[in-house]
Design a protein around this ligand. Structure first.
Ligand code: 6CS
Ligand code: FE
Length: 316
């Protein structure tokens, strides 16, 4: 924690009203705005809502092996005991596995898929690297939910991410439906930064990744933002893709259905937004949560010829 001018103060001792966002939402400037796969309709929708949904972006056939690989990982006892695997607070089942792209070459290549990388570079207006990757798993009947939060709030406070210049790509490894705890988002919430109350203790992540208490906006502010923007929960088949801006408020319910919900997340950060010291936490978090060492720009990988011709038209 260092004393410096903080554009986004949070983890405070008392309530503070939301602040307006200081960075653009689409970072590519001038004619560079249109240098990429996203057209003006998609770009303006991302600016308005803070996310884009691509129903059935990848085929089921392409996605299934990734889900199978995850199931294989569950048999690796030493991995399961490591800090980067987070257990569900209620059932003890796997809740999250962090550092997926470091654990598997197959996942690493997927982070560099040209279709995803092309859109992310266009939105961030620069080269990018992986800040964090993870799978969030909710088993049938037992996966617990995630309370409302902005990822940026945590990454700023606990990882020293200076600016809102990161995007999450979430790939559905299973179908997401209204019963298995799909992600809910508040459209438009990315335009405000909501300072949160509560000082960050040492190693907060040991607790927060099971059940987040700090960095959850107050209910009055959540209600106002949801009144204004509503709540959306994109649903679709395995292979669907959600791109969401790092400050968009989101949450998800517990999985009360028999069907698993498994979503893969790659967080892309601009190379011009490298981490500093945490703004509101006593020390840095582990590398598998917040990359500091491997921030070289990602290079495209084209190993999925079966995808050729699949479009990038966002639905709704
Ligand atoms: O602590 C983090 O970095 C994260 N926690 C949550 C609940 N969402 C995003 C991110 O993985
Ligand atoms: Fe999150």
């Amino acid at each position: 924690m260092v004393d410096r001018l903080d554009p986004y103060p949070t983890r405070l001792t008392e309530h503070r009203d939301p602040l307006s966002r200081k960075e653009p939402i689409v970072h590519a400037r001038n004619q560079h705005r249109w240098e990429g796969p996203l057209d003006e309709v998609a770009l303006s929708r991302f600016e308005r809502d803070g996310f884009l949904w691509f129903n059935g972006f990848f085929s089921r056939d392409l996605i299934e092996p990734f889900f199978d690989e995850l199931k294989q990982m569950a048999n690796d006892e030493s991995l399961m005991r490591s800090d980067q695997v987070i257990q569900d607070p209620n059932s003890g089942a796997i809740r999250s596995v962090f550092g997926m792209h470091k654990l598997s070459e197959h996942f690493d290549r997927l982070t560099r898929d040209p279709r995803i990388l092309g859109m992310v570079r266009q939105l961030l207006g620069s080269e990018v690297y992986i800040h964090q990757s993870r799978i969030n798993d909710k088993y049938g009947f037992q996966g617990s939910g995630f309370d409302w939060h902005s990822d940026f709030e945590t990454w700023h406070a606990e990882d020293g991410m200076p600016r809102m210049r990161a995007v999450s790509a979430s790939l559905m490894l299973t179908d997401n439906n209204e019963f298995n705890g799909p992600l809910m988002l508040i459209p438009g919430s990315h335009r405000q930064f909501v300072p949160c109350v509560g000082e960050t203790p040492e190693a907060n992540w040991l607790e927060s990744l099971k059940s987040q208490k700090l960095g959850v906006p107050d209910q009055q502010t959540l209600a106002t933002l949801a009144e204004r923007g509503g709540i959306q929960a994109p649903k679709g088949p395995a292979g669907s893709l959600l791109l969401f801006e790092c400050n968009t408020l989101h949450a998800s319910n517990e999985n009360m259905s028999p069907w698993p919900r498994s979503n893969l997340f790659f967080v892309y950060n601009s190379v011009d937004n490298a981490l500093q010291e945490p703004y509101a936490a006593p020390s840095q978090r582990p590398e598998f949560l917040a990359t500091r060492s491997d921030t070289q720009p990602l290079t495209m990988h084209d190993d999925f010829p079966e995808l050729a011709g699949q479009g990038v038209d966002p639905l709704h």
